[in-house]
Design a protein around this ligand. Structure first.
Ligand code: ZN
Length: 215
């Protein structure tokens, strides 16, 4: 599986990064080795002194497709979760300044922390057991990240610059989406550093989605 992420999908975050609002989605990827699942701890790597959290709603692909038309996107999505797109901001800034690709700053081991994945109601899956979100509501979701119990990020998916339909249609022109792939939808404002000893907790529609420790 692969993880496809979108950068700058919330205007307030683009602004805090002193970046322009994009005209087209800004896409990057993480390999499967980036995934960290519930119950695993994140080990702070030696190559960075400034790892940032970016809390993001993500979706799972339930049916393979390419050139997916926006109106059929729901058929290709079967699950939702909340994750962290960890970013080595110091490396990313250096690479950006030199006009170089950012992979090592974004796609390193353990850089994609993901919650359990819940089925979406009325989407591309037959088994809806445990679902608590309906596909039609995906652009009306509130989520939060707390660090050591303190609120750091509060997001609302209605603020997306590019909705999921647009993202999936765009991405699937370039990359065949396969069952199990994840699409991260970008982070709201409020990104900041993590430190060894931190406890990171994510909530989606008030439901506790994950707890990760930084070691
Ligand atoms: Zn991100």
């Amino acid at each position: 599986m692969k993880i496809i992420c979108v950068g700058r999908n919330y205007a307030a975050h683009a602004k805090e990064m002193q970046a322009e609002i994009p005209q087209k989605p800004v896409i990057f990827m993480k390999p499967d080795t980036a995934v960290l699942k519930p119950g695993q701890d994140f080990y702070y790597p030696d190559f960075s002194k400034e790892i940032h959290y970016e809390c993001e709603v993500f979706f799972r692909i339930g049916a393979e497709g390419k050139y997916i038309s926006p109106k059929f996107v729901y058929r290709h999505i079967d699950g939702i979760g909340l994750g962290l797109d960890l970013t080595a901001r110091d490396l990313q800034q250096q690479l950006k300044a030199q006009g170089l690709p950012w992979e090592i700053a974004k796609a390193f081991n353990g850089s994609a922390l993901i919650s359990e994945i819940y089925p979406l109601r009325n989407a591309g899956n037959k088994n809806e057991e445990g679902a608590f979100i309906d596909y039609k509501d995906i652009q009306n979701l509130h989520f939060e990240l707390k660090v050591n119990g303190e609120l750091r990020q509060r997001g609302y998916t209605g603020d997306w610059i590019f909705p999921l339909e647009t993202l999936v249609a765009y991405i699937s022109q370039f990359f065949t989406l396969k069952t199990g792939d994840l699409i991260f939808t970008g982070t709201p404002a409020g990104v900041g550093p993590i430190h060894i000893g931190d406890i990171l907790e994510g909530y989606l529609q008030s439901k506790k989605m994950f707890t990760f420790r930084v070691m």
